[in-house]
Design a protein around this ligand. Structure first.
Ligand code: NAD
Length: 459
């Protein structure tokens, strides 16, 4: 579905009008294209004194071919553009990375101002800001926990302030997880995370295998439900491009579209209504017979049946809860009982910002999607014992047939009420799922990451 306003705003006269009237100004987002370098330019990396991540981060960046800027470098001959920057203009940076793990009390937060203040206008369009901290719950003292929690306010505000497609995230890295950050750093630096901003990601200790970053899912079997169209079809495409053998599942009525998707990605198609009583057993039999296992399970299939609660039929309540939540639990139970998901397995749910913020006319949908978040949080510690991770994406306004049906005024509001002033694309959700699916993301579990351009809803 095309965003005519954004197309107009990108023309010469459109730009002028948007500027003059102070209208929402959707930037062109830099999305990932195969062969892209990890960062489109040099990056600035610094740390508060005593930071435990700056060294591993520097090593990761250098081994990925990213140039780290010398902090004393300025462009010669330019006059200062920022107060305090008397030596000259800071050359444009692709990313600003800050290791804040050394901050142990609130007075130490001043180091953040000192780092970001002179660099606030030095980012390329679609630049990246990532702050690394220690999870507050594992800090040694209440003062340290307070300071680490404060980081969230900084990154969320930078996401709203810097503009021009900049994303800003906070990554809490547990002690002992210093070597588990590569997949997350790569995702957040690259164009794969173009529509993800203002998020808090947690990484725990884990053994991370050697990863082929060009095809991280080589040799993996990935099940994608609801794969006949929309976000699911795009997930199938991205996981296949990352090397996975995709099992694409959808209802029999969507058989033709499903076959097209499966053929296009060199995968196989399974026609199955997930709500059928025998669906979990039939699916488990299929996966066991054909592949002997399933490494990645993406529970993407979902429906809406919108009506205010007083006017909603019991059928509409039941069907939404059944497709979006209960059937997923039943499938997980059978796949886990039969040990079809091996160590290194990945369970990935698709929630929604409606599950975080709630939404008028969507009590059934929001309940089911909040349940997906509950599933992630409750299952993460249980599955950790089996070496399996569980995470979910929570998309905001994504341009699909589902959102094309929303009345015009509400649709425009949904598109613009975020830091990017535009809707996301199915590929933005798919790339976030691919990051969770990567073998490199062994330490990423129990996370719910919004793919919403930092929507104001539920923020
Ligand atoms: P969509 O309607 O285009 O696709 C959903 C797919 O799920 C369809 O192909 C459908 O046939 C399949 N499906 C539905 N019931 C099924 C069942 N019982 N068994 C098997 N397959 C079934 O939707 P979409 O926009 O691509 O959304 C995909 C997921 O993302 C959903 O879970 C949705 O709730 C979530 N989501 C979407 C948005 C958005 O803006 N589009 C926002 C937040 C969350």
């Amino acid at each position: 579905m095309s965003d005519r306003y954004a197309s107009f705003a990108h023309t010469g006269p459109g730009r002028a009008l948007v500027k003059r009237l102070g209208l929402p100004d959707p930037p062109r987002l830099r999305r990932y294209r195969p062969g892209d370098p990890l960062a489109h330019g040099p990056v600035r990396l610094d740390a508060a004194s005593g930071g435990r991540l700056v060294e591993p981060l520097a090593k990761l960046l250098t081994s990925a071919g990213v140039k780290i800027t010398d902090p004393t470098a300025t462009e010669p001959g330019d006059s200062a553009t920022e107060p305090g920057d008397s030596a000259g203009r800071v050359p444009p940076q692709a990313a600003l990375l800050y290791d804040a793990t050394g901050i142990t009390d609130s007075s130490g937060l001043r180091a953040l101002f000192d780092f970001f203040h002179p660099l606030a206008r030095a980012l390329h369009p679609s630049g990246r800001v990532v702050v690394f901290g220690t999870p507050p719950e594992s800090c040694g003292t209440p003062r340290e926990a307070t300071a680490q929690r404060a980081l969230e306010g900084l990154t969320r505000s930078i996401g709203k302030e810097f503009g021009r497609g900049t994303t800003a995230q906070l990554v809490y890295v547990a002690s002992g997880a210093e070597r588990a950050v590569a997949s997350t750093l790569r995702f957040l630096l690259s164009g794969r995370s173009a529509y993800v901003s203002g998020q808090v990601v947690r990484i725990g200790p884990a053994e991370v295998p050697e990863v082929d970053w060009a095809r991280p899912l080589d040799g993996r079997i990935a099940l994608v439900t609801g794969a006949a169209r929309g976000i699911g079809a795009q997930v199938a495409e991205v996981l296949a491009a990352d090397g996975a053998q995709v099992v694409a599942l959808d209802v029999p009525a969507a058989g033709d579209a499903l076959a097209e998707v499966a053929n296009a990605v060199g995968g196989t198609a399974v026609q199955l209504d997930l709500t059928a009583p025998d669906a979990p057993l039939r699916l488990a039999d299929h996966l066991a017979d054909r592949h002997g296992r399933v490494d990645v399970v993406v529970h993407n299939a979902g429906i809406t049946r919108d009506r205010t609660l007083g006017r909603m039929s019991p059928d509409w309540w039941d069907s939404v809860l059944e497709v979006n939540l209960t059937s997923q639990e039943r499938i997980n139970d059978v796949l886990l009982d039969r040990e079809l998901i091996p160590r290194g397995g990945r369970l990935i749910g698709v929630s929604s910002i409606a599950g975080i913020a709630g939404n008028r006319g969507q009590t059934n949908y929001a309940t089911s999607k909040a349940g997906v978040i509950g599933l992630v949080h409750s299952m993460a510690p249980v599955l950790a014992e089996r070496g399996i991770t569980v995470n979910a994406v929570a998309p905001g306004f994504i341009e699909t047939r589902l959102t094309a049906r929303i009345p015009l005024v509400l649709r425009e509001a949904g598109r613009r009420m975020n830091s990017m002033a535009q809707g996301g694309l199915p590929v933005d959700v798919a790339q976030t799922i691919a990051w969770f699916a990567s073998p490199g993301s062994a330490g990423v579990t129990g996370n719910v990451v919004r793919v919403c351009g930092q929507s104001l809803l539920g923020a």
